[in-house]
Design a binder for this molecule. Structure first.
Ligand SMILES: Nc1ncnc2c1ncn2[C@@H]1O[C@H](COP(=O)(O)OP(=O)(O)OP(=O)(O)O)[C@@H](O)[C@H]1O
Ligand SMILES: [Mg+2]
Length: 335
């Protein structure tokens, strides 16, 4: 167990560090204090094996009592900015925290499907993809496949989804921009978290995902003019909020593939803070590392294979924020 995991579990139980120390002391007959918990969580000190074992056995499965299902769309019309990487690793961390999680691959490129080792052609042949669901041929519960050793579930994608934009647009009654929201409704009674990995366009499919979502996370690569694309997406989100999905909240911007030594990237990060920092949460950047690509090739979420990989703490922070929303009485927390 690593510090961020411990923090996620502790916060999921609604305990501050002092209350957690008292809980541990009561259960394990020790005399830990708040400062010690803080050092474990920051990684400054190793978590004792006895504590790790206790927390894993006693706290994890029943640690979280979510009051509502959160549907999170991971979107940016810009390609290759870390949407799929973020969606896959967040689904893993949420599931690892003891939540029931579904990842929906809503991108015809089927990158999340491949990342989790599901063969797109086989899923297509078996009809286990998002496509027949959007066409109202199958309920979503019929196309779900377990992934990551059964830790969480996936609705795979297929290239056939590339046709669905036209089909949705030409059928305003069963299709239109609200089709996905309709088809996902049964999931709220089954899952604690549904993560939608969107494709790199502001297509009908992406608009459907934004209309189905409670929260939007926008991965953004720290390259010149990144702010323009973000403005466009946020404008779309605002329009949808006015017209069709008033509950949509922006979870935040997630700068990705960041090299702090690179002056241009540093400047872009500062620009993002100047442009959006007052109105939207900007998470700490995910460093650039080839480990993400290697893990995608190995068909594993990186944070399963390497829990301490660069960027782990940031993905844990996003997970904690989502959990805070899930367990908040009214679903609205300051972020
Ligand atoms: N922090 C990172 N550092 C370096 N490479 C990364 C990082 N995050 C993701 N990558 C790699 O960058 C590429 C694009 O990432 P990813 O597929 O997650 O982006 P995407 O936004 O989903 O792309 P698309 O728009 O095509 O769906 C992948 O090869 C991925 O492994
Ligand atoms: Mg992708």
């Amino acid at each position: 167990m690593i510090g961020p995991e411990l923090k996620t579990l502790r916060e999921g139980r609604g305990m501050d560090q002092r209350a957690f120390a008292e809980h541990l002391n009561g259960q394990l007959g020790r005399s830990y204090d708040k400062a010690r918990i803080s050092r474990w969580e920051s990684g400054a000190e190793r978590i004792p094996a006895q504590v790790a074992k206790f927390v894993a056995a006693e706290m994890a499965p029943k640690a979280l009592v979510p009051k509502r299902c959160i549907i999170l769309a991971v979107a940016n019309q810009k390609g290759g900015v870390g949407k799929t990487t973020s969606a896959v690793n967040l689904a893993f961390l949420l599931a690892n925290a003891g939540l029931k999680v579904l990842l929906i691959d809503s991108d015809p490129q089927a990158s999340a499907t491949a990342h989790l080792g599901i063969d797109q052609a086989e899923a297509h042949a078996a009809g286990n993809t998002l496509y027949p669901v959007l066409r109202q041929e199958k309920p979503i519960t019929d196309v779900i496949v377990p992934v990551c050793d059964g830790l969480f579930d996936l609705v795979p994608s297929t290239i056939a989804l590339a046709n669905v934009d036209i089909e949705l647009a030409s059928d305003p009654v069963n299709g239109g921009p609200l089709a996905m929201r309709d088809r996902l409704e049964p999931l709220r009674g089954i899952y604690n978290a549904v993560v939608i990995d969107c494709g790199p366009t502001l297509s009908m499919l992406t608009v459907n995902a934004l209309n189905a979502a409670d929260q939007l996370l926008v991965p953004v690569q720290t390259e010149t003019l990144a702010g323009l694309g973000v403005s466009l997406l946020l404008e779309t989100a605002n329009k949808l909020r006015r017209r069709s999905n008033p509950g949509l909240q922006i979870l935040g911007l997630l700068p990705t593939m960041y090299t702090s030594r690179n002056a241009a990237e540093k400047l872009t990060l500062e620009e993002l803070h100047e442009l959006f920092g007052k109105v939207i949460r900007i998470f700490d950047p995910i460093p650039r590392t080839t480990k993400f690509t290697q893990s995608a090739r190995a068909q594993l979420p990186l944070l399963k294979a390497a829990p301490n990989a660069p960027g782990a703490e940031v993905y844990h922070e996003i997970t904690r924020t989502l959990i805070t929303h899930m367990i908040a009485e009214d679903g609205r927390v300051a972020s």
